[in-house]
Design a protein around this ligand. Structure first.
Ligand code: ZN
Length: 270
């Protein structure tokens, strides 16, 4: 008999438990009796699944050697799950909950991961090649040996993220490919100016250490722009000097502004 996934969440049947039951089970991970068999149950579903959209609840589940390729699992819950040696090629996972998840040797290729919440997740030896990670949250996540070759990270939140041997991130990674070329200003999430300022500072160090000095100067300019916006918000007296520095020299990152402002000063003195 084919296993059908739960489309609506039901409560765990363990007495007094307030968690939702896992997909394909009557219990949550904590109260699941035969944990070793659970990977096989999920595997059985993945093998027979067609292209229908399925929302899975795999909260806290410990799973390995699964293949999620070409499935539409958007909005699924992987909260605090531990996935090992899993593969996902062309998989739709947008807006999934990966808060506190632990992903080891997992490979996402050409996946839709936009809006995924990776807050406090630990990613080790993973790749996100050519995946769409726009507007995802990597807040306070830890990334070891993670490859972002060709990935799109426009609007991603990076506050407090820890990078260890992260590969193939550059300014272009933070552009939005869906915007017309004139508006391809690379950016991370800037909704909180102070957090964005910290995140751009981290990116600046990362890009400098990668030898991408021009890309690092973009991050440095955005860092100081976020700082100026924060000063404005807080009515801080450092706002005006910061604004002047931007207008006169673009925080030393825009040579054209230095030339124009120097010419204006010379003409004024004449
Ligand atoms: Zn339970």
């Amino acid at each position: 008999m084919a296993i059908s996934p739960k489309t609506t969440l039901t409560n765990c049947q363990h007495l007094l438990c307030e968690e939702f039951a896992l997909s394909f089970s009557k219990h949550c991970w904590t109260h699941l009796e035969f944990k070793a068999d659970y990977t096989k149950q999920v595997e059985g579903f993945l093998k027979t699944a067609d292209e229908r959209s399925v929302c899975l609840n795999l909260r806290k589940a410990q799973l390995q050697d699964l293949n999620f390729s070409r499935l539409n699992l958007s909005g699924s819950c992987f909260n605090q799950a531990h996935l090992k040696h899993c593969e996902a090629i062309g998989c739709e996972l947008s807006k999934s909950d990966m808060i506190g998840a632990r992903l080891e040797s997992c490979h996402f290729v050409g996946c839709a991961l936009n809006g995924v919440n990776f807050t406090k997740a630990i990613l080790r030896d993973c790749s996100f090649s050519y995946s769409d990670i726009r507007h995802a949250s990597l807040t306070e996540s830890t990334l070891h040996d993670v490859d972002f070759m060709g990935a799109h990270l426009y609007g991603v939140s990076l506050w407090g993220a820890e990078f260890n041997n992260v590969k193939h991130l550059k300014r272009k990674s933070f552009q939005d490919p869906q915007k017309p070329s004139k508006e391809t200003q690379a950016a991370i999430s800037e909704s909180n100016h102070l957090m964005a300022c910290d995140s751009y500072r981290m990116l600046k160090h990362y890009l400098n250490n990668s030898g991408l000095y021009e890309d690092a100067s973009w991050a440095a300019y955005r860092e100081l722009t976020m700082e100026r916006k924060y000063f404005f918000e807080k009515k801080d007296s450092r706002y005006l000097p910061s604004l002047l520095m931007d207008l006169l020299s673009g925080y030393a990152a825009k040579p054209n502004r230095v030339i124009v402002s120097s010419l204006v000063i010379i003409l004024f003195l004449l």
